[in-house]
Design a protein around this ligand. Structure first.
Ligand code: MN
Length: 201
């Protein structure tokens, strides 16, 4: 079974004015679709991997045959990261998380504002292309970190709870070089109920 492009859970224009319609179209239909196509093309060479989930594949890249390992790392990462990123955003969203996630963020980072500030700084500090994440460690603790290119927290033994794409393709049409403005706007799209679900997973 080949991996399939997951449709956006909302219309392209739903995240306006924070994320513009054209960016969502290109990001989903072109960039994300290309990762999906290229992941499937790589896996076709090794049919024994066909019944594995993308999470299984990315959790232990050393098991992946060497001739497709780089392609799987980049395109499998792109497939997985974007698949969860679409769900981490929603229209009429943003604000602050409540419940057990709100409490966990407060105890790990002091306050929600301090958490936000640290994630924002981590996203700004990523040189070139990549992601900034809030992930859960194996010991249950929360961690803010960044990955380069399409590397995923899964490959580092971490479970991603919230992530933000800081590739230029995610913001350049509307924000050009102003990554900070994109990030400030992006907080208004965070789908906390979904993030809470990942936290409980
Ligand atoms: Mn992207």
């Amino acid at each position: 079974m080949a991996f399939e492009v997951i449709p956006l859970p909302y219309p392209y224009e739903a995240l306006e004015p924070y994320i513009d319609t054209q960016t969502m179209q290109l990001h989903h239909d072109k960039h994300y679709a290309t990762y999906t196509t290229n992941l499937n093309a790589a896996l076709e060479k090794h049919p024994q991997l066909a019944n594995q989930s993308v999470e299984q594949i990315l959790s232990d890249l050393n098991r992946i045959p060497e001739d497709i390992r780089v392609a799987v790392r980049n395109n499998g990462g792109g497939y997985y990261n974007h698949g969860i990123f679409w769900e981490m955003m929603a229209p009429n969203a943003g604000g602050q998380p409540g419940g057990s996630l709100g409490q966990a963020i407060q105890s790990a980072f002091g306050s929600f504002d301090s958490f936000k500030d640290q994630l924002q700084k981590t996203a700004l500090a990523r040189f070139g292309s990549g992601w900034a994440w809030l992930s859960r460690r194996r010991d249950g603790g929360l961690e803010i970190h960044s990955t380069a290119n399409q590397d995923t927290p899964l490959s580092e033994g971490l479970f991603p709870i919230l992530g933000v794409d800081v590739w230029e393709h995610a913001y350049y049409l509307k924000y050009q070089n102003r990554r900070a403005d994109y990030l400030t706007a992006w907080w208004n799209t965070v789908n906390w109920p979904y993030v809470q679900k990942r936290f409980e997973q």
